[in-house]
Design a protein around this ligand. Structure first.
Ligand code: ADP
Ligand code: MG
Length: 367
């Protein structure tokens, strides 16, 4: 099912009595989500992710704007008639019911022509349990399951009615690191197998990048960028997006453009065509540094960390604004750890120039 968000806005009265007014939780969100895709809604805590999901589910009404499922305007449709499956961070299973009863619960109250027999309910519950691979746990109570298994039950419960849209709000946050990795792969598989249009909310950029067809990066209620994960990583629209994606994070420097050359401090790092002389902010991805004895960026060497295949060189530069510089280079490179300085050439594809005040990307040709 295609989903369209059209100029969607949600404001709340501000709870802070000292600064009365409105909180704009979601600000003019417009997007068309293609049928059958997995969308990762990504951003820091408080940026409006849950509010967006609640608007889609019908748990909350937008202040303005519209929502379409396919061609149906569902903006004013009650939540129970929207055909959405919801999964939250805290699995919210009924503790006194078995796994089987938890999964069949949404089917119990179907009325009229939709009413199911006990046998039909069991068949649907079994199919959903198979999908999330918990069919051997059907007679257990939630307290007899691990966190990961409980979350699978919650997903099965959301899937049992074969929803038109699946909405997941930080579903993996309560799982430990290893289980989180495993469960996100599972989620991807389930989404592919069912083909249900899915919106997956997370504050974890790596999680969103690894399983999404498209990511939506939000900040303070405003959509910053929408695109395929790699495309957004390779071509961020602004400094916020550049900083939010990537581990280790992008290195940020204050720089200047002068007469067709990009400078970081005194270091003339790259020819830069298409920009007037001005102060700028420069972002360099960790993989954008190349060790070179004659390199143009001169940094103070602090240390070297070997990480299997790669080496992380830790250094500083007086014009770096993001703390230590982390550069990732192949392990075949030898770093003279006795040296006080380390010099780098830069890969122009991994260098982004931003407006010094607004943080918007400045388009230019780096060579
Ligand atoms: P996220 O899920 O990205 O962490 P939310 O959508 O929960 O963010 O919240 C977005 C903003 O709206 C936050 O500033 C939050 O404080 C505010 N907010 C959320 N719910 C309410 C509410 N019921 N009343 C007032 N403000 C709210
Ligand atoms: Mg939230």
């Amino acid at each position: 099912m295609k989903v369209v968000l059209q100029d969607l806005t949600k404001t709340y009265p501000n709870r802070n009595k000292k600064a009365p007014g409105q909180v704009v939780a979601v600000n003019d969100f417009t997007m068309e989500i293609p049928d059958g895709k997995l969308i990762g809604l990504l951003g820091p805590s408080g940026c409006g992710k849950s509010t967006t999901l609640n608007l889609l589910s019908g748990l909350q009404k937008p202040t303005s704007g519209k929502i379409f499922f396919g061609d149906d305007d569902v903006t004013n449709l009650p939540a129970e008639n929207r055909g959405v499956g919801l999964v939250f961070q805290n699995y919210a299973l009924y503790p006194h019911l078995t796994v089987k009863q938890n999964i069949t619960f949404p089917l119990e109250n179907l009325k009229g022509a939709n009413k199911l027999t006990k046998q039909q309910m069991l068949e649907k519950a079994t199919a959903a349990a198979k999908l999330v691979q918990i069919e051997e746990l059907m007679d257990r109570k939630p307290s007899e399951l691990s966190g990961g298994q409980q979350q699978r039950v919650a997903i099965a419960r959301a899937l049992v009615k074969m929803p038109r849209i699946l909405l997941l709000d930080e579903p993996l946050s309560n799982l430990d690191a290893r289980l989180r990795l495993q469960t996100r792969e599972e989620l991807r598989r389930i989404q592919r197998e069912t083909g249900i249009t899915t919106i997956f909310v997370t504050h974890d950029q790596e999680e969103a990048m690894s399983i999404s067809d498209q990511i939506v990066v939000m900040n303070a209620g405003v959509v910053q960028q929408i695109g395929a994960p790699q495309q957004v990583y390779d071509d961020p629209m602004n400094l916020f997006v550049a900083k939010f994606l990537g581990t280790p994070p992008i290195n940020v420097f204050s720089g200047t453009v002068k007469d067709g050359m990009l400078y970081i401090g005194e270091d003339a790092v790259l020819p830069c065509k298409g920009l007037d002389n001005q102060p700028v902010t420069v972002g360099i991805r960790p993989e954008g540094f190349r060790l070179s004895k004659t390199g143009s960026l001169v940094c103070n060497l602090k240390g070297v960390e070997v990480m299997g295949r790669d080496i992380s060189v830790v250094s500083t530069h007086p014009h770096c604004e993001s703390g230590n510089i982390r550069s990732i280079i192949g392990a075949e490179n030898a770093v003279d750890t006795g040296s006080a300085t380390v010099r780098f050439d830069l890969n122009p594809k991994k260098v982004f120039v931003f407006h010094a005040e607004s943080g918007s990307r400045l388009r230019c040709t780096l060579e």
